[in-house]
Design a protein around this ligand. Structure first.
Ligand SMILES: NC(=O)c1ccc[n+]([C@@H]2O[C@H](COP(=O)([O-])OP(=O)(O)OC[C@H]3O[C@@H](n4cnc5c(N)ncnc54)[C@H](OP(=O)(O)O)[C@@H]3O)[C@@H](O)[C@H]2O)c1
Length: 308
């Protein structure tokens, strides 16, 4: 199974060694394939072996030496050992993309501390583990790129239990702190805000009640992958796919009360709609707030769920 060559990004990934977590599907798979097409030797990491095998074959068809590795990134020892193995086999890691992520999708009335712990282990601590594992090698060589995939939910939390946005906000704060120090050592650190994407995670959020976000808040994983490959290694910390969300953060900073009133009003509209529906169908949907959508876009008040 061969893979057609994609953009070369000026040849800057040729001969580089890249590790991408969450590579079995969605955005991580796209980034892994785009890096392989651009000439990098890629190690794609995730848990689903069958998907990884297919990815490994496709990557190797354009980039011999590219491969995959099965690993649960929440197991810090396993992840650190895997990265040490890649360094031993390939000499170094030039690019680490911490993309693996999960959204527990559980209501506030049912979520537990364990759900929070698991979410933080996968979304935050795995990226910390990976970063701490590759940073000494990058510092020693005076170059490297670390990409942490956050979410608009991390910078504009949606009403809900907060596990997903809190884990992504922590990841963004970690990335920003590190950015100041690492750039002096030649290492670029980025935090990615992908907008909403129609991946398994994005679709699951629709199935829980998120209405399909409008075009300015929506990107395909291919679009986001190309954006990341174009921008990573540059001076900017943030790689954001949606200008509208960027402006919304400005609005929140300038007029926080108005921003939260608007967002809260949206949420109470959604609840009112639900309780009306529940009344009609005699189904108790619970009175607690919704789960967060994966993009951080809150579930919306009315209308049918539109699945792309
Ligand atoms: N979709 C959106 O709208 C959206 C919006 C903003 C941010 N994001 C972020 O974008 C990133 C990619 O998500 P996606 O949308 O592409 O969703 P996806 O298709 O569901 O991909 C998630 C990836 O993470 C991997 N993963 C999850 N838990 C893991 C674990 N414990 N160990 C190893 N790998 C694990 C999955 O692989 P296995 O199951 O095979 O392990 C899968 O490859 C995530 O960080 C997500 O939070 C998504």
């Amino acid at each position: 199974m061969t893979l057609r060559r994609g953009p070369s990004f000026g040849g800057r990934y040729k001969g580089k060694v890249a590790v991408v977590t969450g590579a079995s599907s969605g955005l991580g798979r796209c980034i892994a394939l785009d890096l392989a097409r651009a000439g990098a030797t890629v190690v794609g990491v995730a848990r689903r072996r069958d998907l990884l095998e297919e990815l490994g074959r496709r990557m190797a068809s354009v980039s011999p030496g590219s491969r995959t590795a099965c690993c649960d990134v929440s197991d810090s020892e396993e992840l650190a050992a895997l990265l040490a193995r890649v360094e031993a086999e390939n000499g170094h890691v030039d690019v680490l993309v911490n993309n693996a992520g999960m959204d527990p999708g559980i209501r506030l009335s049912a979520i537990t501390v364990e759900d929070f712990r698991r979410t933080f282990e996968v979304n935050t601590l795995a990226a910390v583990t990976g970063t701490l594992a590759v940073l000494p090698g990058m510092y020693a060589r005076g170059e490297g790129v670390i990409v942490n995939v956050s979410s608009d939910g991390g910078r504009l939390p949606a009403p809900g239990p907060g596990a997903y946005p809190a884990s992504k906000a922590a990841l963004a704060a970690f990335s920003e702190s590190l950015w100041y120090r690492a750039r002096r050592m030649g290492v670029a650190v980025h935090v990615v805000y992908p907008a909403w994407m129609p991946t398994a995670m994005g679709i699951a959020a629709l199935e829980r009640g998120l209405r399909r976000p409008p075009r300015p808040l929506r990107r395909s994983e291919e679009e986001v992958s190309r954006l990341v490959l174009r921008r990573m290694g540059g001076a900017d910390l943030e790689i954001s796919a949606s200008r509208v969300t960027d402006w919304a953060t400005v609005f929140r900073a300038l007029a926080p009360r108005a921003f939260r009133r608007a967002r809260g009003g949206w949420e109470s509209g959604r609840r009112a709609h639900r309780s009306h529906r529940s009344h009609r169908s005699h189904v108790d949907e619970g009175s607690e707030a919704a789960t967060e959508g994966s993009s951080g876009v809150p579930e919306q008040p009315a209308g049918p769920v539109e699945v792309s």
